[in-house]
Ligand binder design. Structure first.
Ligand code: ADP
Length: 249
């Protein structure tokens, strides 16, 4: 039995195929465009699987077309995927393209409490993308750039629009760009830690989603959580992995 999970996110579509024992057979991804269903078709082309489950904000759209597909919330998918990647996990912090989730788990991996910010881009991957662009950088280079800072500038607004103008004003005042970038990263990390505290997460935290690839955010969270952060080799696939594994029942 081959089980597939597909995570239709705002920035990327991710697919994972697992064996019945949970071992990963294949994973693929593509950036989300204005025609996500065509992209799904292309990603699934040539993949062998018996059942498929969709998660992510585009899951309902997917099921409208792939009628036999199951769907599951991102909260459950990330929780399941994180536990599979590291059984010691007691909480999940998922920072994706347009939302952030903090999820507290019990020792059996059951969701105890969660909080989700999906109303605006504040503190999400989109926020970092917009800021990186203001510095003329790609999101891939933004973390290492900020890590070269000597001291962070204080950023008081988390609203993407206001924070961008705050960064631009600081640049105009001659603040070193790296320090401003570091301040922006600190603001995202602080907001995420506050979310984890509100769901009363305790124990090891799995950091999932594309932003877990940002080295500066990773380092700031590692410091704030005092070594309790666990990151899979490819954290952006955890939701799709969880969706596939949840088909096992
Ligand atoms: P979604 O599920 O909403 O599509 P993802 O979990 O795929 O979101 O995360 C997308 C975000 O991850 C992007 O907005 C970007 O900020 C960040 N990201 C993706 N790749 C990288 C990378 N190589 N380095 C740093 N950040 C990255």
């Amino acid at each position: 039995m081959r089980l597939a999970g597909i995570d239709l996110g705002s920035r990327a579509i991710k697919v994972v195929v697992v064996r019945a024992d949970g071992g990963i057979l294949e994973q693929r991804s593509a950036d989300t465009t204005f025609d996500p269903l065509r992209q799904c078709q292309e990603l699934l082309d040539g993949l062998r699987f018996d059942r498929i489950q969709a998660t992510g904000y585009g899951r309902h759209l997917f099921r409208d077309v792939y009628e036999k597909a199951c769907i599951v919330s991102e909260i459950l998918a990330h929780a399941r995927g994180a536990i599979a990647a590291e059984p010691r996990v007691r909480a999940v912090l998922d920072i994706g393209g347009q939302d952030t989730k903090a999820i507290a788990l019990d020792p059996a991996g059951k969701v105890l409490k969660f909080e989700m910010n999906d109303r605006c881009a504040a503190g999400t991957g989109k926020f970092l993308e917009v800021m990186a662009r203001a510095f003329g950088l790609s999101v891939h280079d933004f973390g290492p750039f900020a890590e070269a800072a000597h001291r962070p500038c204080k950023i008081s607004s988390m609203c993407t629009v206001f924070a961008e103008s705050e960064a631009t004003s600081l640049m105009a005042r001659g603040e070193p760009p790296m320090n401003i970038a570091f301040g922006l990263h600190l603001a995202v990390a602080a907001r995420s830690v506050a979310m984890l505290r509100r769901v009363t997460a305790c124990g090891p935290v799995a950091f999932t989603g594309g932003v877990a690839r940002n080295s500066c955010i990773r380092r700031l969270l590692e410091d704030a959580l005092e070594g309790q952060l666990l990151i899979a080799a490819e954290p952006q696939f955890i939701g799709a992995l969880g969706a596939a594994l949840l088909l096992r029942g």
